[in-house]
Design a protein around this ligand. Structure first.
Ligand SMILES: [Zn+2]
Length: 725
């Protein structure tokens, strides 16, 4: 349906960083970009994107691929639909012919639902802007609320006409299926083989997923006689209320990333009014209470959330529940109560944006202040209410996963309620234990379920041999490239260099801005794996790698602190040593010379301490981690002696493993790659023995390709082996 030239244009134009950024907030790291993986519940950034290679990859769960693969997986759509998505994004025109009936049938259902929702959205927009009723009823309602044309177009607001068959008939005429209209809740079955519109006479708020695809609608009545103010789409294959989206996220996500902060409000109109007032980082939980799924989604864009509430009792109760969920997810939560009788919608309309900013600055509070304010309002002197309020706040603090943050809140709570920190801390520790126990039990249950499933999956069908266990018990030995075909033995070396030297300086790497900056051994290895689509096959080595990767951010923070701390001490040390200098009989020049020597020595010492810090960083973590397999293997790996005997050069300088680090790491990666190639060659040879004669030529061709790769690798390895630095 899409010709090859267009496909090529789409693939060449799509920029992987740009494509992934629509869903994940990415930070630059080295030559790559990283963010939280959208495919699993990622706590530390494991999702790597390489612009130059055009691929992305999660080092924790393994998902990833090209821009097209990413979109297919993320949006759960087919290859062709992913290409269409990218074409829309980059304004590439696709000349499509009309679908045949068969093709329509074959189209994946999800795509059909997306197409129908998009069609309906356009239908409602046309009704709003191009019909008299739409303009007089729908558009004038939006204008009365103060919405501009621009904002109405941006949120693609619409109108569903009074005629109970307007959309139904138009959809059938356009070739859409009755069943899908019912499934999306756009129409209802009338029981006589026909149907009628669900939203007739309402103004329409389409709901988008993060990528901007219409997945549902909210329809607001304009009649005071209607009991339900809002009708919302039912859940469907494309719309899961608890996790598909939050209202406004598509329009807000860039602002959220830019400001690294997000406001949560209650209704659709609140979101739109706030956007119009210049606050674009505002979203709503679209008609349902905040769920873990929403928070997981939001967490990809920011950790700083402010909940905005009008002061009515129901709103506040929902707010308190939402706050606890956000705290538990490790978010930084702030709360803002609007003045009596105001909701975000009318508040945004009655105040200029500077007035709003001032109000927010002055009234945004942390959740303790908020809870105290709400729970104690009118009962400040009631000791029982006071006790309940404190218990309530303590429960919330106990939910916070970060120790330091918890301590900060304990201090604050202590000041606010006049209770000693140690009493509060004890109480919180007790609560925390309960929470951790529950979490642990929950995880155990999930794990037991997974394992039971795994065991079922692992039972081979009758008559089939159980494959041999991977040769991970064999003693690693370092053979020449042509013979090295033990992949896991090579993986072991790479894992060892990670455990021993992962955070040490490896080389400089070119960043996106063309600058070269230093990267660590670990990052170098990650880049190599990413470039060649490689993964550790051994589960423990893989775990060592993944755990190490999850510490990169923390490492860079700690390194900066360490460096700052050491450097700030330099002048004091130099001064101290200068004071002890015996200056008798020294000329001014001599003294200056001594000072320079001392400064150089102190500086060299700082460099050495930083090197030591880098060297010990991962070893300490990996050898004390709670994961038994990782801890044991890491301990073994770091205590292994340097296997190549120390090289004594002519002038008797001992060259250590650390001195040759970058060479050794490069070599280990090359040997691993060649082991993979050798394994592949062996497989192909084996296959050729048994294959159908018609397949021989193709296999031979693949074999030759592998030989070519092997000799290219061998040349590279050879060069590196004979030219140590
Ligand atoms: Zn992942």
């Amino acid at each position: 349906m899409i010709d090859q030239a267009t496909v090529n244009r789409i693939i060449d134009t799509a920029d992987i960083v740009d494509v992934v950024s629509d869903f994940v907030s990415l930070k630059r790291r080295g030559a790559n970009w990283v963010g939280l993986c959208p495919f699993h519940n990622d706590r530390t950034p494991s999702f790597y994107v390489s612009r130059s290679k055009g691929i992305c990859k999660c080092f924790a769960c393994g998902e990833g691929g090209s821009a097209v693969n990413f979109i297919m997986k993320h949006e759960q759509i087919s290859y062709v639909e992913a290409l269409r998505y990218l074409a829309r994004k980059y304004h590439i025109e696709i000349q499509e012919r009309e679908l045949t009936d068969e093709e329509k049938m074959a189209q994946n259902k999800r795509e059909a639902l997306n197409i129908l929702n998009e069609w309906a959205c356009q239908f409602f927009e046309k009704q709003l802007h191009e019909t008299t009723a739409g303009q007089e009823i729908g558009l004038s309602y939006f204008k009365d609320r103060g919405f501009t044309d621009e904002i109405i177009k941006r949120f693609r607001l619409g109108y569903s006409p009074e005629d109970r068959h307007a959309l139904y008939n138009a959809a059938l005429r356009a070739g859409h299926s009755r069943d899908l209209l019912f499934e999306l809740g756009l129409c209802k079955d009338d029981g006589h083989g026909g149907g009628y519109d669900f939203y007739c006479g309402r103004v329409m708020f389409p709901i988008f997923n993060v990528a901007g695809t219409v997945i549902a609608f909210g329809g607001r009545t304009l009649k005071s006689t209607d009991r339900a103010k809002y009708f919302n789409s039912p859940e469907s294959l494309v719309y899961d209320k608890s996790k598909s989206t939050m209202y406004g996220l598509y329009q807000a996500k860039r602002a959220i990333t830019r400001e690294n902060k997000c406001f949560i409000v209650e209704g659709y109109a609140d979101v739109i009014s706030m956007h119009q007032a210049g606050f674009e980082n505002v979203i709503a939980s679209s008609g349902t209470a905040l769920t873990d799924g929403h928070i997981h989604l939001l967490n990809r864009f920011t950790q700083n959330v402010t909940e905005l509430f009008d002061g009515d009792a129901a709103g506040v109760k929902a707010a308190l529940r939402g706050v606890d969920m956000l705290l538990k997810a490790g978010m930084n939560v702030r709360v803002l109560l609007l003045p009596e009788g105001k909701d975000p919608d009318n508040f945004a309309q009655e105040n200029s944006s500077t007035e709003m900013i001032d109000y927010i600055k002055a009234n945004e509070s942390d959740f303790i202040t908020f809870k105290a304010q709400v729970l104690l309002s009118g009962a400040e002197n009631d000791p029982i209410k006071r006790g309940q309020a404190i218990t309530d706040v303590v429960k919330s603090i106990a939910l916070i996963p970060n120790d330091i943050q918890r301590m900060v809140y304990v201090k604050e709570c202590s000041a606010k309620f006049g209770i000693s920190e140690s009493v509060l801390a004890r109480d919180i520790a007790r609560q925390r234990q309960v929470i951790l126990d529950e979490d642990y039990k929950q995880r155990q249950r999930e794990r037991a379920q997974r394992e039971a499933q795994q065991q079922l999956d692992d039972i081979p069908p009758a008559g089939q041999d159980i494959p041999p266990h991977p040769a991970d018990q064999r003693e690693p030995d370092r053979r020449g490239i042509a013979e090295s075909n033990d992949v896991q033995a090579q993986e072991r070396y790479v894992a060892k260099y990670i455990a021993k030297y992962g955070m040490c300086y490896m080389s400089d790497d070119e960043y996106d801005d063309g600058q070269r900056r230093p990267i660590t051994v670990l990052e170098y290895i990650a880049n190599e794996l990413l470039a060649d689509g490689m993964e550790f096959s051994h589960p423990v080595y893989k775990a060592i790698f993944n755990q190490s990767m999850s510490y990169l951010d923390a490492f860079y923070n700690d390194l900066e602190q360490k460096r700052a701390q050491l450097e700030s001490g330099i002048s004091a040390q130099v001064n101290e040593q200068m004071e002890h200098l015996d200056v008798d009989g020294l000329s001014a020049d001599d003294i200056q010379q001594r000072e320079q020597e001392i400064t150089a020595r102190v500086n060299a010492d700082v460099v050495k301490q930083i090197d030591e810090f880098r060297k010990n960083y991962l070893e300490r973590i990996l050898c004390s981690t709670a994961d038994d397999a990782v801890r044991q293997t890491a301990t073994e790996l770091v205590s292994e002696r340097y296997h190549l005997s120390k090289i004594h050069t002519a002038n008797a300088v001992v060259v250590t493993e650390y001195d040759r680090l970058s060479t050794i790491v490069e070599e280990a990666i090359f040997l691993w790659k060649s082991a993979l190639v050798n394994e592949h060659i062996a497989d192909l040879k084996e296959e050729m023995k048994h294959c159908d004669p018609s397949e021989t030529a193709a296999l031979l061709q693949r074999l030759q390709e592998q030989y070519a790769i092997r000799s290219a690798l061998a040349r590279l390895t050879g060069e590196r082996v004979v030219n140590p630095k």
